[in-house]
Design a binder for this molecule. Structure first.
Ligand SMILES: C[S@@+](CC[C@H](N)C(=O)[O-])C[C@H]1O[C@@H](n2cnc3c(N)ncnc32)[C@H](O)[C@@H]1O
Length: 455
């Protein structure tokens, strides 16, 4: 290793050997861990220190690749190649990137989740690994939030920065979704939310710049939980620039009208793939049947509620005439219906749920925080939870366990918080029966994980 100091930022060489949960590669120098952004595990790189405030570790970025990995590729995303905070790992071959995502999830499951690697669920996940949601790693995103630069043009913002890359498009949005934005007069410092709906129409809503004092904090928070983003939007005024303020999304035979600034899964395939996974896991636990009470926590517009009612035995079947086709069938016997309680803090998402279920009294929506609300619900047989990146945490896990469901399906979008929640459930006697992982944000480090837990 050779060291040098350029101004305030120290530079040195090291070999990085494994992936970290946040997309960096990990090495070690002088007994301190170094998290390196822009490296592939296995590479020898020259790095510049970007954060030296901690005794146990430092953060650094690559300034030169001295011994490149065979999995390194030219950046697939022009925005990321220019420092955009979008496709952070688009310089790694897609197949290898999925192997790295699998490695990260296995690492946190065992280290933070306390799971035994020989557990069939962990072993089974290691065999299958992180699964693709679509055939290609580009053109999958149906909702995105861009920045508007000082010149009034929209683009991806730089990683943890405020610079807008209007001339370097990101490859995540569906084809055509971000074409021709320059035709609109936009407000410098605003956000521009872009949505491609189920019918191929585009909707653009501008979210006004945050008040001056909050701008700095908002930039630092970018990329945090969906709930944070939603709250920031609701406090700022919005203006429809193109299309409408709501967008139609469909899963199976159901349709939802979701506010453009509201939450819907980013990947076109995610709602149907996740909801099928939830249905399959509940069936695997044998938790299907009559007169069940199901909680769909952090349920948003009720996509999982719909899948559990429509697609699984004992769900009651789809609404309307189909339910009456065979009144003798146990599956469609109205007297045996499951009831699903959808809980979320987002009243607009719950309004979309109410409209989508159109008076179907098998679905009850409840506005409020999960921790405060669940004690008021009837005891559940099955609980599905899909918290934001911050995870569910101890209070929520304690409250779910106290209600005593036989089956829990946990959907997590941050691997470490997901693993922590599994450890909390284990403390209440819930064992992991199966784990699946999805490459829900291709060319990035993000992984969506789903676990089946049984008591
Ligand atoms: C990852 S989204 C999942 C939404 C839904 N399951 C879906 O797939 O469309 C997380 C949801 O949690 C909601 N949320 C965040 N914090 C919450 C809390 N403390 N209590 C209830 N809901 C919350 C957000 O409004 C958001 O709808």
């Amino acid at each position: 290793m050779s060291k040098a100091t350029s101004g305030a930022a120290e530079e040195f060489e090291l070999v990085v050997d494994r992936p970290a949960n946040g997309g960096e590669a990990i090495g070690r120098v002088d007994d301190r861990v170094v998290f390196v952004r822009g490296a592939v595990p296995g590479e020898r790189v020259r790095v510049r220190v970007t954060d030296d405030r901690h005794t146990a570790y430092r953060r650094a970025e690559v300034v030169d690749v001295l011994d490149p990995s065979p999995h390194r590729r030219p950046y697939a995303c022009p925005a990321a190649a220019h420092g955009g905070g979008c496709c952070d790992l688009s310089f790694i071959d897609v197949g290898h990137l999925r192997d790295l995502q699998t490695q990260v999830l296995l690492d946190v499951l065992t280290r933070i989740g306390g799971l035994d690697p020989s557990l069939p669920a962990v072993d089974g996940f290691a065999d299958v690994g992180v699964e693709a949601l679509s055939a290609t790693a580009t053109g999958w995103r149906v909702r995105t939030r861009l920045g508007v630069g000082a010149d009034g043009r929209a683009g991806v913002r730089t990683f943890r920065g405020a610079t807008v890359l209007a001339d370097h498009p990101c490859v995540q949005p569906e084809p055509g979704m971000t074409v021709g934005l320059d035709a609109h007069r936009l407000t410098p410092g605003a956000d521009l939310v872009v949505v491609a709906d189920a019918d191929g129409a585009r909707h653009l809503t501008e979210v006004a710049p945050p008040p001056a004092g909050r701008r700095r904090r908002a930039a630092g928070q970018r990329g945090r939980a969906q709930s944070d983003r939603r709250q920031r939007s609701t406090r700022r005024s919005t203006r429809v620039v193109e299309g409408s303020d709501t967008a139609v999304h469909r899963v199976g035979t159901r349709e939802w009208r979701i506010p453009v600034t509201g939450f819907w899964q980013a990947h076109r395939q995610a709602p149907s793939v996740y909801s099928q996974a939830v249905v399959d896991l509940v069936a695997e636990a044998g938790a299907t049947g009559r007169r069940r009470v199901v909680w769909d926590l952090y349920g948003g517009a009720g996509v999982f509620a719909a899948a559990l009612l429509d697609r699984e035995p004992g769900g009651g079947g789809p609404p309307g005439p189909v339910r009456d086709v065979d009144p003798d069938s146990p599956v469609h016997d109205v007297d045996t219906d499951t009831t699903v309680h959808v809980v979320d803090t987002d009243t607009e998402a719950l309004a979309a749920a109410t409209a989508a279920f159109d008076g179907d009294d098998r679905v009850r929506v409840r506005a409020g925080g999960v921790a405060q609300t669940v004690s008021t619900l009837p005891r559940p047989d099955v609980v599905v939870l899909d918290p934001p990146r911050s995870g569910a945490g101890a209070d929520v896990v304690d409250a779910i366990a106290a209600a005593g469901p036989s089956t829990v399906v946990h959907v997590g979008c941050d691997a470490a918080r997901f693993a922590r929640d599994l450890a909390l459930f284990a403390g209440h006697g819930y064992q992991v029966r199966r784990i699946r992982g999805f490459d829900a944000f291709p060319l990035t480090h993000h992984v969506e994980a789903i676990a089946l837990l049984v008591r």
